[in-house]
Design a protein around this ligand. Structure first.
Ligand SMILES: *Cc1c(COP(=O)(O)O)cnc(C)c1O
Length: 362
């Protein structure tokens, strides 16, 4: 096990010292003490601000996938129709998850180096009449950011709930839950928030709560207990007090900097990362700059290198970047510059290492 001096994996991202320190403290019994519930409500208010959400925001124990599964199972029953919009592995994967829980699924799929075109989505939605439309804001494996607002409109036109995975963008890019009419907005702690993979957060609209109550799904990941539980001081399990305390600090770091400044920092670091890669002759994925997410940059493994060789050469220099999955495995690698890693000096050091490593075989 080694510690990397240049951590640039697109999640889990490097945890700042001020946040780590919170985990060293002993806390009380999270399901019984008023102080915990006040902390929970404070975090919820801050999350509403960061996410542009006037809705309730649930905070559950578990890694980001818990939000994806829990929100899906809480509103979808076997036989329900789900329209999954896929421009990447997560978008297509959510369609497969819905299928696994017995939904009738249609996938509107786009090439992984592109973003959503709402026109075919609207056509399929009008014909298919789904109960739920799912989409992914930042497709982390392909480094692309999808527009959400028109998909939100389409969901309203066909009276479907709109489910959005913004795990890898929330906090680093405006997600605007209210403006984009997002009914279920999913966030994990290990991306922009720069916490360990401990918490799953979901914005839940009033329309979504009605469906959650009607479906009445029970399970560890279920949303229903979080509808009235925190207000009634009753939780389905002992919560992770340390993680909530760390979340409170992490949200303060963002809010003190100011969301506009946070967004500008992510955009500037992403732009300089892309420029540096282009300067080295590394081809970006997707190539169109307006598709790229401010939180992660994906690029083709350079000619003359295999991914394992490049990964090994970078790790020897103390730099960790992300590999890939599925069809992109071995072909496209990723630099995660979200949250604590949206740091101009850190990314510049990473680019210097990459430049040195690549020039060695030139
Ligand atoms: C990170 C991430 C998740 C959570 O998945 P893990 O791979 O388990 O961390 C979900 N959706 C997106 C878009 C992500 O980037």
């Amino acid at each position: 096990m080694r510690s990397y001096t240049i951590p640039l994996v697109p999640g889990p991202v490097s945890v700042p010292d001020a946040v780590r320190a919170v985990y060293a403290v002993d806390y009380g019994s999270a399901d019984l003490e008023e102080e915990f519930f006040e902390l929970y409500e404070r975090c919820e208010r801050k999350l509403q601000h960061v996410l542009g959400a006037s809705t309730q925001v649930t905070i559950q124990t578990g890694e980001g996938m818990l939000a994806l599964w829990g929100a899906l199972k809480s509103v979808v029953r076997p036989g329900d129709r789900v329209l999954a919009v896929g421009t990447g592995l997560f978008g297509v994967g959510i369609g497969e998850m819905a299928q696994q829980i017995g939904a009738e699924v249609e996938v509107v799929e786009f090439p992984f180096d592109s973003i959503v075109d709402p026109t075919p989505v609207r056509e399929v939605a009008r014909r298919f009449r789904p109960k739920l439309i799912t989409a992914v804001h930042c497709e982390t494996p392909s480094g692309a950011l999808n527009p959400l607002e028109e998909l939100g409109q389409i969901s309203r036109e066909v009276d479907a709930l709109f489910y959005v995975d913004f795990v890898a963008s929330g906090g680093g890019v405006p997600v605007d839950v209210d403006r984009c009419a997002i009914d279920l907005g999913l966030l994990g702690s290990q991306k922009v928030l720069s916490l360990p993979p401990d918490l799953s957060m979901v914005t839940v609209s009033e329309r979504a709560w009605e469906v959650v109550e009607a479906v009445n799904y029970a399970g560890y990941d279920a949303l229903k207990p979080w509808h009235r539980g925190p207000a009634q001081r009753y939780l389905p399990y002992t919560h992770n007090w340390s993680a909530l305390a760390a979340l409170d600090v992490a949200l303060d770091l963002l809010l003190t900097e100011g969301m506009e400044a946070v967004y500008a920092r992510h955009a500037a670091v992403a732009a300089s990362c892309r420029r540096a890669l282009e300067g080295m002759g590394v081809r970006l994925f997707p190539q169109r700059e307006e598709y790229n997410s401010p939180t992660v940059t994906a690029a083709y493994v350079p000619d003359g290198w295999t991914w394992p060789e490049l990964d090994r050469a970078l790790r020897i220099q103390g730099m960790a970047v992300g590999g890939n999955y599925g069809d992109l495995a071995g072909k496209v690698f990723r630099i995660g510059h979200m949250g604590s890693q949206a740091n101009a000096a850190l990314v510049e050091r990473g680019m210097e290492v990459l430049r040195r490593v690549l020039s060695r075989t030139a």
